[in-house]
Design a protein around this ligand. Structure first.
Ligand SMILES: [Zn+2]
Length: 250
């Protein structure tokens, strides 16, 4: 996975509270899992640097994803339809980490104009060529330079826990979201009652891949820093959380 990992590590301040003091929890595959003393965010720190983390997004990742296409499109439709009920105007829907674009397709079906972006080009190629989807972009969201307030809905499904520069991402989301728009987030929930103990055995603990382990509190605080607010938390039977986020003055 990460060939040269030992050579390139970075130590970060806590992305939620800027804290610099961390309590060690455990190590997994040589990577230190720690808890921020300021806000209790759990993260990998120090961690392999950005370019190496990107290596875990191999072509295999999207090929496997595309193979389960039927299941993925059904799940995408359920997710899109649930958020769609809370959105008054059908505008553009951006799926961040879109892979082959199943959410984009579901958004189109629900009357939105679906857009997608993914750091890994294979899924985007598959979605454009095989699914015939327009508006799919390969690369970082922040490098696309989409216009201000361009999207009525933005979804990040199993994405935010992977993103190296969280505050850069969230401030970009705040810039892109329409005034009455909604952001839909699904991410593992370290505060969930089904999280396995010891924590090191929880299935979501993934060195190099899942860089942060949020609770509703820590994720809410991250969004508040950029003027956004969690307006809804849905119960999940699995150890994940489903949050809807809006502008703070929504
Ligand atoms: Zn913190």
């Amino acid at each position: 996975m990460n060939e040269a990992r030992a050579d390139n590590w970075e130590t970060i301040a806590c992305p939620v509270c800027d804290g610099q003091e961390f309590k060690p929890l455990f190590e997994k595959q040589g990577e230190p899992f720690v808890e921020c003393k300021g806000c209790s965010l759990v993260l990998i720190n120090p961690r392999p640097v950005f370019s190496e983390v990107m290596h875990t997004y191999t072509d295999d990742y999207s090929r496997t994803y595309a193979k389960k296409a039927d299941k993925k499109i059904r799940r995408s439709r359920r997710r899109v339809n649930l958020l769609a009920k809370q959105i008054r105007h059908r505008g553009r829907w951006l799926d961040v980490g879109c892979s082959a674009g199943f959410v984009v397709q579901a958004a189109n079906e629900a009357g939105f104009e679906g857009w997608g972006v993914d750091v890994e080009p294979w899924g985007v190629r598959y979605g454009s060529e095989t699914l015939g989807l327009a508006n799919l972009y390969a690369g970082m969201l922040e490098d696309q330079h989409f216009p201000d307030r361009h999207f009525q809905a933005i979804s990040l499904y199993d994405v935010i826990e992977h993103v190296p520069d969280l505050n850069r991402l969230v401030s970009e989301l705040a810039r892109l979201l329409a005034p009455d728009g909604r952001i839909d987030i699904i991410t593992p929930d370290i505060g969930h009652w089904r999280v396995t103990r010891p924590l090191s055995e929880w299935k979501e603990i993934k060195p190099s891949e899942h860089l942060y382990y949020f609770s509703a509190q820590t994720l809410g605080r991250l969004f508040e820093r950029q003027g956004l607010a969690v307006i809804k938390k849905r119960l999940s039977l699995k150890s994940s959380m489903k949050l809807v986020v809006a502008h703070g003055d929504h």
